[in-house]
Ligand binder design. Structure first.
Ligand code: ATP
Length: 331
């Protein structure tokens, strides 16, 4: 039990940012909170850090209730999207700054900074100032600055979103490695589902101020708890078919609709359709067919626009959602 929030409510005037959020990041776990823009992810993290006061609910870190304590007393390190480095200090000085402020002995500052820069692979950059570093290097400095604190938990708010696609993927792998090595509890916020699924031990999917589902990346992707989670995770988005259209494929439970991921919409079934558009994305092709459905197939096995195909869905690949509540009713 490392970071536990229970029944968190947070309002900004008439905007309700958090609606009864209950969530736990277990000891040593990398928990990724993911959801669309405005769903309340950053607010949740800021409440845990103590940068926002909560209206209702409790926050505890390692069993200690910190709901009303000041940020400095919570012993958490936060890493932001904007690196928030001091421009006039070198990378090394930035990293050690928090320790110096706490009057940590000089030798210990040197040792801890050296350990942290070695962990994130920037020992050769410590003398440079932020303007002499690339975005990825700056983010590593920000990470090292969080690491030297040796806090009880790390809170990371979209730390990679300012980086180009290649550096992002590289840093993602680094972060995963770092997490394994340090074994620390991390709560990581992102709107990027790929980042969430690749990085997390467990994923919490948020929507409109609520946590919709918490589970391993496999669980949330393969068994989404409701239509919102199902639609949010996966590219292209899951196909949804109302009962009248779904009946051509499978018998579906009364009052439900059918959900089929694009990689599970087969082109060797019995339901006739015409290919309207084919998008090639490297090794995959997204095949748009009549009725607004999309199939994902290997690019070298793709049909041509205008082709007649026959669609199919295997029972094991079908998801059913209650039409009224959106909840999963089986698969
Ligand atoms: P993003 O991915 O865009 O950063 P988010 O999921 O992190 O989004 P939050 O920043 O937590 O979302 O915002 C949640 C809601 O609270 C939004 O509707 C936002 O407009 C509102 N909000 C956040 N901070 C404030 C504030 N200081 N004053 C007023 N409203 C705010």
């Amino acid at each position: 039990m490392s970071v536990v929030v229970e029944g968190l409510e947070k309002r900004f005037g008439s905007v309700v940012a958090l609606r009864g959020v209950t969530l736990e990041a277990r000891d040593g776990e990398l928990l990724v909170v993911v959801g669309p823009s405005g769903c309340g992810k950053s607010t949740l993290l800021r409440c845990i850090a103590g940068l926002e006061a909560v209206d209702e609910g409790t926050i505890s870190i390692r069993g200690r209730d910190v709901t009303r304590t000041r940020p400095a007393e919570r012993n958490v390190s936060m890493v932001f999207q904007s690196y928030a480095l001091f421009p006039h200090l070198t990378a090394g000085e930035n990293i050690g700054f928090g320790l110096v402020v706490r009057e940590t002995p000089k030798a210990e500052v040197r040792r801890r900074v050296a350990d942290a820069v070695a962990l994130v692979g920037i020992a050769h950059l410590v003398e440079r100032r932020p303007y002499e570093l690339s975005g990825g290097e700056r983010q590593r400095v920000a990470l090292a600055r969080a690491l030297v604190r040796e806090p009880e938990a790390y809170l990371l708010d979209e730390p990679l979103s300012n980086l180009d696609a290649g550096t992002r993927v590289e840093m993602r792998t680094e972060l995963r490695r770092l997490h394994r090595q340090v074994g620390a509890t991390m709560v990581y916020v992102t709107h990027d589902q790929i980042e969430a699924l690749t990085l997390a031990d467990r994923v919490a999917v948020m929507h409109a101020g609520r946590v919709r589902q918490v589970g391993t990346p496999d669980e949330v992707y393969r068994r989404p708890a409701d239509r919102i989670v199902a639609a949010f995770l996966g590219t292209p988005r899951m196909n949804f078919l109302a009962a009248t259209d779904a009946g051509a494929f499978l018998a579906i439970p009364e009052g439900s609709e059918l959900g089929v991921r694009p990689e599970h919409l087969r082109l060797d079934g019995d339901v006739p359709a015409r290919v309207e558009l084919v998008e090639v994305a490297g090794g995959d092709a997204y095949v748009h067919v009549t009725g607004g459905l999309v199939a994902r197939v290997p690019a070298d096995a793709r049909p041509n626009e205008g082709d007649e195909v026959r669609l199919g869905v295997r029972g094991a690949d079908a998801h059913f959602f209650d039409v009224a509540t959106g909840e999963r009713v089986g698969s």
